[in-house]
Design a protein around this ligand. Sequence first.
Ligand code: NAD
Ligand code: TYD
Length: 352
Amino acid sequence: MKILVTGGAGFIGSNFLNLFVPRYKNYHFINLDKLTYAANPLNLTELESLPNYTFVHGDITDYAWLENVFDNYSPELVVHFAAESHVDRSIIGPEAFVHVNVNGTFNLLEVCRKKWEKMGGKLFLHISTDEVYGSLGQTGYFTENMPYFPSSPYSASKASADHFVRAYYVTYGLPAIVSNCSNNYGPYQFPEKLIPLIILNALSGKQLPVYGKGDNVRDWLYVDDHCRALWELTQKGKLGETYNIGGNNEWKNIEIVEEICRLLAEETGKDKDEYLNLIAFVEDRPGHDKRYAIDASKIKNETEWEPLEDFSTGLRKTIRWYLENQEWVEKVKTGEYLQWMELNYNHRSRLN
Ligand code: NAD
Ligand code: TYD
């Protein structure tokens, strides 16, 4: 079986490949990635010598090139991770999000529709986010039949792509599943997202920026748990369905930042106040969703999946990974990263 993974050099995609390429030798994994700022070839070094792994460098917004990839490799299964994935970047520059997340997904759907008519295809698994549902109040959970209310250009672009995937199932019978997952954390995450940003800033003695009051709530899932859920869906998911994936693990942002400071102090032997004193409440993100929380009972009932990682052990493992992978960290802190940090943080006034 040939499986095309888009965006496999990014955070979740590379964890997916590192977990499953060595394990499933009867699958040939073709990783199609543009290698944007969010990708890192170091994520994939363990896979390079494996015979059931191929890397193809290219852009999902280039339709003619996608056709060539399908002609060359004839994949029957597509796991679509490739996207622009950061809410703050989407606020500063929304256009790339429409281009990649909407048009790129549309291209992939089109190429599958046309090529699979002749060669047959098994599944287009579209990886999406719980942010498409908008914000929850203090109670309640996201279920699969909730209406979409995206708040940011990122979530609006993902919502639009989700609708296209479902429309292709309904209209053309394209075998497709949409999965909507909560916030992931773990190794290889680009340090623009909260958890790695806080870890790396704390280790460099830099300010730990917490938006607003730090009372926004996210439902955190260890990345391997997300990847295992996706694999279950490739095997047992029902075509045309949507599956929510989440850890039942809600935390306020400020609680996470404080927990990272505490764990970092234990790992480095420093006083935790050295880290805690770096916390700075800064001007909030516009349109900042208050709370996300997933009801994952559907995937739990229909497959064998359940989350395995506990948050405190997962967070400790993640911190150790960033401490032990200095080469990766140095590679990521390029000029582009420093420019991003300036662009996103320099204009935010401090609130405390
Ligand atoms: P990421 O930003 O770390 O990686 C994205 C990958 O896509 C990178 O390797 C990048 O090079 C590639 N890419 C971007 N544009 C491309 C293009 N035009 N052509 C080919 N490749 C391109 O993202 P992530 O955090 O790994 O997220 C992966 C997917 O999961 C995304 O679709 C995201 O919306 C979704 N998701 C993420 C989370 C999360 O917490 N990170 C949660 C739920 C869903
Ligand atoms: P993030 O990791 O960007 O994921 P998402 O916006 O997709 O949920 O942010 C997680 C939470 O942390 C979100 O409520 C915004 C907040 N946050 C901060 O407080 N400070 C930061 O510097 C960042 C990047 C995020």
